[in-house]
Design a binder for this molecule. Structure first.
Ligand code: NAP
Ligand code: ZN
Ligand code: ZN
Length: 347
């Protein structure tokens, strides 16, 4: 197997730098993919900076991968050389637990193989992600990508798209529903597009007044500058469902109180700092606070097909590999409209 080139962080305070490593020889069920684009998710930043704990270095981040198949194993049935392929946040799982059997591999009760910052099924060999020239993935964990949408804009669907689609579907968001999206970044902008496409009336809560026009262009019906949670009280008991994508500590109670009776707030933002919940924010109106993690392979394919049907992609800023550190800083500062995507030909 030829050496793979990529970019890696050597430690939580180091910049990303060129790194070469070996991928496994493709096995009978594997697809070899030349990576064309890889999105930058805020989870890449949390992990590179070891904000969640347990980071493994050197780390090659990247789990919003689209590319072209350049090799297939002898048993591969779903992919041919020359076709497009996508890879998301995980590349394998135990395959035998109840969650895997239900197609909810992201909740695998055994060992899930994260695309990076994880280990292969042997639980020893480190995995390396999409900031790299190519990747080898079992075909069952590889997604079909339509050639009809612009590829750079499709890459973020592999994480930001499915992470917002899955809870919207799980909570049956649709027509005549009031939906709130908190935080207008990579996930938030996909949440607006998808919830609006499903027929909901969407209100965006953002700390950035400057994003109002964009929010409306993306499909929001209303925009609330949410710098001071006290200013939200006039909207109490209004929302059926709120999707919270905020990447840092914030006041959850302010948003829980906006839910009507039996409404649900799905937390997808993964703040490294704990969030406080007031008992009465939930008790008074029998509200639900729930978390949600990406989506399974079947649902990810469903989301990709839905996006083709509805002509939905991500708004992206394409950058060369060498600008990744600056892109991280800009993302943390909320200065991204609305996803950075690395053009892997610049590697
Ligand atoms: P992002 O592009 O940086 O967007 C996050 C947005 O949150 C920002 O644009 C900002 O929006 C808002 N925000 C940031 N800091 C804030 C603060 N201190 N107080 C209030 N609002 C703040 O990040 P992303 O890629 O969308 O990811 C968002 C979060 O989801 C991250 O924590 C990431 O790790 C997590 N994530 C979870 C899953 C999952 O499966 N659950 C999957 C992917 C990502 P405004 O400027 O509009 O206020
Ligand atoms: Zn992600
Ligand atoms: Zn499993």
């Amino acid at each position: 197997m030829p050496q793979t080139s990529g970019y890696a962080a050597k430690g939580p305070t180091s910049k990303l730098e060129p790194f070469t490593f070996e991928r496994r020889e493709p096995g009978p069920h594997d697809v070899l993919i030349d990576i064309l684009y890889c999105g930058i998710c805020h989870s890449d930043i949390h992990q590179v900076r070891d904000e969640w704990g347990g980071a493994m270095f050197p780390m090659v981040p990247g789990h919003e991968i689209v590319g072209r198949v350049t090799g297939v194993g002898s048993q591969v049935a779903r992919f041919k050389v020359g076709e497009l392929a996508g890879v998301g946040c995980f590349v394998d799982s135990c395959r035998v637990c109840a969650s895997c059997k239900e197609g909810l591999e992201q909740y695998c009760e055994g060992h899930i193989v994260w695309t990076y910052n994880g280990t292969e099924r042997d639980e020893k060999t480190p995995t390396y992600g999409g900031y790299s020239s190519h990747i080898v993935v079992d075909e069952h964990y590889t997604l079909k990508i339509s050639p009809t949408l612009p590829l750079a804009n499709v890459a973020p669907l592999l994480c930001a798209g499915i992470t917002t689609y899955s809870p919207l579907r799980h909570f049956k968001v649709g027509r005549d529903q009031q939906v709130g999206v908190v935080g207008l970044g990579g996930l938030g902008h996909m949440g607006i597009k998808l919830a609006a496409a499903m027929g909901a009336e969407v209100t965006v809560f953002s700390t950035s007044k400057s994003k109002e026009q964009d929010a409306r262009r993306l499909g929001a019906h209303d925009f609330v500058v949410a710098k001071d949670p006290a200013s939200l009280v006039t909207l109490a008991n209004r929302f059926d469902f709120i999707l919270d994508t905020v990447s840092a500590r914030h006041d959850l109670n302010a948003y829980l109180n906006l839910l009507r009776r039996d409404g649900a707030l799905a937390l997808v933002g993964a703040s490294p700092q704990p969030l406080e919940v007031q008992a009465f924010s939930l008790i008074h109106k029998r509200r639900t606070l729930v978390g949600s993690l990406i989506g399974g392979i079947r649902e990810t394919q469903e989301m990709l097909d839905y996006c083709v049907a509805k002509n939905i992609t991500s708004d992206v800023e394409v950058i060369p590999m060498q600008q990744v550190d600056a892109a991280y800083d800009r993302t943390v500062n909320g200065d991204v409209r609305y996803r950075f995507v690395i053009d892997m030909t610049t590697l």
